[in-house]
Design a protein around this ligand. Sequence first.
Ligand SMILES: [Zn+2]
Ligand SMILES: [Zn+2]
Length: 193
Amino acid sequence: MNPNTIKLVNNNLEKKYNSIIVTLKKNGFKITKKDFPLPVVSYDLKGKVAGKAYGLRNLIKLNKDLISNPNYLKEMSEDTLYHELVHLFIHFLYKTQQLRTYSKLGEGCFGRPKPHGIEWKTLMVLIDEKPSVTHNFEVLSGRKMTRITYLCDCREHEMTKRAHHKILDGSLYKCRKCKEFLKLKPGAYFRRV
Ligand SMILES: [Zn+2]
Ligand SMILES: [Zn+2]
């Protein structure tokens, strides 16, 4: 991995980590850097997943091919990284039983939080990140593939799985407005988990 990329990721990680701890403390949670150390990042994720968080190991894995691609560097070293970092924070809060009763991250959340549930979304909003699960990398949300983003010259088109497969099989779709053929949006085929 490029040393500059590693440096960028680690800088972004530490900055966001510090600011999330401040935000959580402000909202009444008990968290110290000792209880929740700075997570480790590795770059060995392959396939169609952009990033993945491992709560028990306090580890974030990023997709090697995507982060090595200059087109995706910003999105990977910021959006994907923070997405996964917030999963680790939610895991910590759950583990320390700080989500059991009313909390600022959602009223009366009991049991294990859902991966992109109210707690994750609320914390994303608190730290000024978009809690989107249907954009860019995330169009393929788990097994439930919903819409896939295509582009023409004038706008984005959210295509159905069926249309997507027809395009992969060689069908051509045109935008009615600008008359351009639709192309798969770069990165749209990957997801964060
Ligand atoms: Zn168009
Ligand atoms: Zn996720």
